[in-house]
Design a protein. Structure first.
Length: 226
């Protein structure tokens, strides 16, 4: 498959996710906080498509780079209603594709498994931290001005662990390696999410993943085949 075709498929996929989220919002009167997470997970899972379809990282960077611009326009003009909240202090939708692009840039030529694994805590952990924390959060704490719940942080850890470990196994890692990477990513990601000011978790969580993946990539026994 050509890289240009992969770019086209990327845009088709992301706009399909946005369209589905908007359709759900209108059909079932779902709150934007929920459909925003649908978009968050759907777009984050395109890390798998990026790994599978692209052979050149510079082409792979085109979709997230374009969505940095489009998401900023949406942030200002509510272009994509399914993912925009009223709180304009939250630039999380803009930070998300920035983080996506940075991880592609760093890991695409080193290890695609690590590239995908590094994005999973942001994709699944961060989304379920918000969903569980909002619905079931009862025990709250405040760090650096951000209010979190123990329940949300627990969800962050569990879903980060599961998504990263399953990703590692899917790419052929041994079980002990997958568990070790998943646990470490989950721990760092949960700490990063807990201390992140509003919206910045979409930068700090993947940044923690980058730190962990460089550590694992530098250890021959734990490095995942790319």
């Amino acid at each position: 498959m050509s890289n240009w075709l992969a770019v086209v498929i990327s845009f088709v996929y992301v706009f399909a996710v946005l369209g589905a989220a908007e359709g759900l919002r209108r059909a079932f009167r779902l709150p934007v906080e929920f459909t925003r997470k649908v978009v968050h997970i759907g777009v984050g899972m395109w890390a798998w498509g990026t790994a599978a379809l692209f052979t050149d990282k510079w082409f792979a960077l085109i979709p997230p780079a374009v969505f940095v611009v489009l998401n900023y326009i949406s942030y200002r003009r509510t272009l994509f209603a399914a993912m925009e909240v009223e709180d304009k202090s939250n630039l999380g939708t803009v930070y998300f594709p920035i983080a996506f692009a940075a991880i592609i840039l760093l890991f695409f030529d080193i290890s695609k498994p690590l590239m995908v694994a590094a994005l999973m805590p942001m994709t699944w952990g961060d989304a379920f931290a918000a969903i569980v924390g909002k619905r079931y959060g009862r025990h709250h704490y405040v760090l650096f001005g951000s209010r979190r719940s123990m329940e949300g942080s627990a969800a962050m850890f569990v879903f980060s662990l599961l998504s990263a470990a399953i990703t590692s196994l899917a790419f052929g890692a041994q079980l002990d390696v997958a568990i070790a990477l998943g646990l470490t990513l989950a721990l760092f990601a949960t700490i990063a999410e807990a201390i992140s000011p509003i919206g910045l978790d979409n930068l700090l969580v993947p940044a923690s993943g980058v730190l962990v993946c460089f550590l694992f990539g530098g250890l021959p026994r734990l490095a995942l085949a790319g």
